[in-house]
Design a protein around this ligand. Structure first.
Ligand SMILES: Cc1ncc(COP(=O)(O)O)c(C=O)c1O
Length: 369
């Protein structure tokens, strides 16, 4: 899948990842924004172990009260109680099902997505991803139109054609490089979607579960999507995803389905994440750490701009960062991330990092710069 770094992690705790030679690394990347409450958090480990001792899996043809418990808690904690939850096992699967729901609901097929978007690698999700290199001819049959953020005229023109089933967007772009639309554009999207009965999908696979300093990224802009997709931080490493579908969209048997989605272990992993986020006040911590991060970044002249929100952050330089990332791993023992925008270094740590961790990060960064 990717060219590999010469590091072999064998254990991890909090933000420390230890390799097979006993070398510790500080994880400021969370394995692509997946580690939300820290590696091997004790509550998470115990909850999964307990669940495994009871029952790990059964199919979706039986009652599973854990799914109900999780849906309730997720609804309450995220302030999205008017949504139903469908569970699956990855971000791409969440978006694939969301796109399918939008098409079922509207009877239409064209998707509007945005430049530099990333929604996953399955059929419709990859077609809505702005990267021709990962779109095979079989995916190119989908009808997708890519637009720039904040271009109201183009969006209006496309939606008024009457064949659009959905507008899908990441609240803060992850892989693309931390860009986001303005609040004004968000509300334009919402208004146009309502007026023309187009389903608005918020892809919160990366930005959800508190990463941006609110439970969901779109909540910074005060809109109400029809569908919200989740994964990554939802399971802190356990493969779990979900689609929150507004109750105005009526469910019927058989529209969506999955074998593994919503299994007992996945529910336990996700419950543990929600419990730790709440008990340890991690969403507030993400917000506070952003402020501290920005104040330290402001003192480094090579940093042109700090992008993103909460602990979904990017440092923009006037040079490509691939070599800097390598040096941070090998010389400073720090994991960071890259983006499609090659000038952006992505920082996606667990939401319980401290000021001290950020001090270490910036000292290491200064040494390499
Ligand atoms: C915003 C967004 N959507 C969807 C996906 C796809 O998720 P997965 O890799 O779990 O299929 C990603 C993965 O990076 C993502 O960042």
């Amino acid at each position: 899948m990717y060219p590999l770094y010469e590091v072999t992690p064998v254990s991890a705790k909090g933000i420390v990842v230890t390799d097979d030679k006993g070398q510790d690394y500080l994880d400021f990347y969370g394995g692509h924004a997946v580690i939300s409450i820290g590696h091997s958090h004790p509550h998470y480990v115990n909850r999964l172990k307990d669940q495994l001792d009871k029952i790990g899996f059964y199919s979706n043809s039986i009652q599973n009260p854990l799914q109900v418990e999780l849906a309730r808690k997720l609804g309450e904690q995220s302030d999205c109680e008017q949504y139903n939850l469908f569970m699956c096992s990855s971000g791409a699967e969440a978006n694939e099902n969301a796109l399918k729901m939008a098409s079922f609901e509207t009877g239409k097929a064209r998707v509007i997505a945005f430049n530099n978007s990333f929604h996953g690698r399955t059929s419709a999700a990859v077609a809505a991803t702005d990267n021709p290199k990962i779109n095979a001819p079989i995916n190119q049959q989908q009808k997708v139109t890519f637009l720039p953020f904040n271009d109201t005229e183009a969006l209006t023109r496309e939606i008024e054609k009457g064949d659009v089933c959905t507008v899908i967007l990441e609240a803060v772009q992850g892989v693309g490089g931390l860009d986001e639309p303005s609040t004004e554009f968000y509300s334009t999207i919402e208004t146009l979607c309502k007026k023309h009965k187009v389903i608005l999908i918020a892809d919160e696979v990366q930005s959800g579960f508190g990463r941006t300093g609110k439970f969901f990224g779109f909540q910074h802009h005060g809109i109400t999507p029809d569908i919200i997709t989740i994964a990554k931080g939802m399971g802190n490493g356990f493969p779990v995803g979900g689609v929150l579908i507004h109750e105005d969209i009526k469910a019927s048997y058989g529209l969506l389905g999955t074998t593994f989605g919503g299994n007992h272990l996945a529910c336990a992993a996700s419950m543990a994440v929600l419990e730790v986020l709440e008990k340890e006040g991690l969403i507030e911590n993400a917000k506070h750490m952003e402020g501290y991060f920005r104040s330290l970044a402001a003192a480094i002249p090579q940093i042109k701009r700090v992008k993103g929100r909460g602990l979904m952050l990017g440092l923009e330089f006037d040079f490509e960062v691939a070599d800097l990332r390598k040096r941070l791993i090998h010389n400073q023992h720090l994991f960071t991330g890259g983006a499609k925008n090659k000038y952006v270094l992505r920082i996606l740590p667990a939401l319980n990092i401290t000021k001290k961790d950020l001090d270490v990060f910036f000292e290491a960064l200064k040494a390499e710069l």
